[in-house]
Ligand binder design. Structure first.
Ligand code: MLT
Length: 248
């Protein structure tokens, strides 16, 4: 079978049935997937991504003291939720040993789009190399970018491009890529080029749609946090049947 990588710059650009039984990487650099990686690294037992605020509240109530409610609407913490969507809020003191019931505007929606997949890996720049390593033996890779409110975003496109570039470098047999994968790889090479160049990445994220949204709500610090390449050597994986994200 030929090796393929397809990038989908928005969830709406791929039908769930086209992801069926595939290995999918979900990206929402600013900030849902970055925050989920931080939460699990901080010792959360699992993350339960849900679409609606009310269903999140309901589940957290059922789980009572064993769960923490986290997420955002409009980038801000939701009324009566314990935590927002800022990665640094997720520490061993806030989520250690607990389940995190989590809802965000775009990130959790992107995960739902992938519900027919065989595997769903959660990626950010903070676990970039670990995700690339996990993909080493995969022959068909689908990368789904969350975007923001139906718009393609630069930050997700850049990470998708970085992953495409790594896959190409690490396999001697070439990958067949869709045009969105080529566009993402071009964007990555133009904006950042190499992983040793960390400052250009933070600068590029600042100029992205998600970055501008965070600047507007005074969460600039989260951009630098999301640009910390390989801060963690972990790969969260969404167990599709259980609908729980855990470390694989
Ligand atoms: C989302 O899922 O929409 C984002 O993570 C938004 C945010 O940065 O809070």
């Amino acid at each position: 079978m030929s090796l393929t990588i397809n990038v989908h710059l928005l969830p709406a650009l791929v039908e769930p049935r086209d992801l069926a039984d595939k290995t999918v990487v979900v990206i929402d650099v600013l900030r849902a997937t970055t925050t989920i990686i931080h939460a699990l690294a901080a010792g959360a037992n699992e993350v339960i991504p849900l679409l609606e605020v009310d269903e999140a509240r309901e589940l957290a109530t059922k789980l009572s003291g064993q769960a923490v409610l986290g997420g955002e609407r409009g980038g801000k913490r939701i009324d009566a939720f314990h935590l927002g969507n800022s990665p640094l809020e997720y520490t061993s003191a806030t989520v250690g040993g607990k389940a995190l019931v989590f809802t965000t505007t775009n990130g959790t929606r992107a995960m739902l789009r992938c519900r027919l997949a065989r595997r769903i890996l959660i990626a950010g720049f903070v676990n970039y190399s670990a995700v690339c390593r996990e993909l080493t033996d995969e022959e068909q890779i689908e990368i789904v970018c969350a975007g923001t409110d139906g718009h393609v975003t630069r930050e997700d496109t850049l990470l998708a491009g970085a992953i495409v570039e790594d896959c190409r470098r690490s396999r001697k047999d070439g990958f067949i890529c869709n045009d969105q994968a080529e566009i993402a790889a071009d964007a990555w090479r133009t904006a950042v080029g190499t992983l040793s160049d960390r400052d250009p990445l933070a600068a590029a994220l600042r100029e992205s749609r998600g970055g501008r949204n965070l600047l507007e709500i005074g969460q600039e610090n989260d951009i630098d946090i999301a640009a910390q390449i390989d801060l963690f050597d972990i790969v969260p994986e969404l167990d599709v049947a259980a609908w729980r994200i855990r470390l694989s």
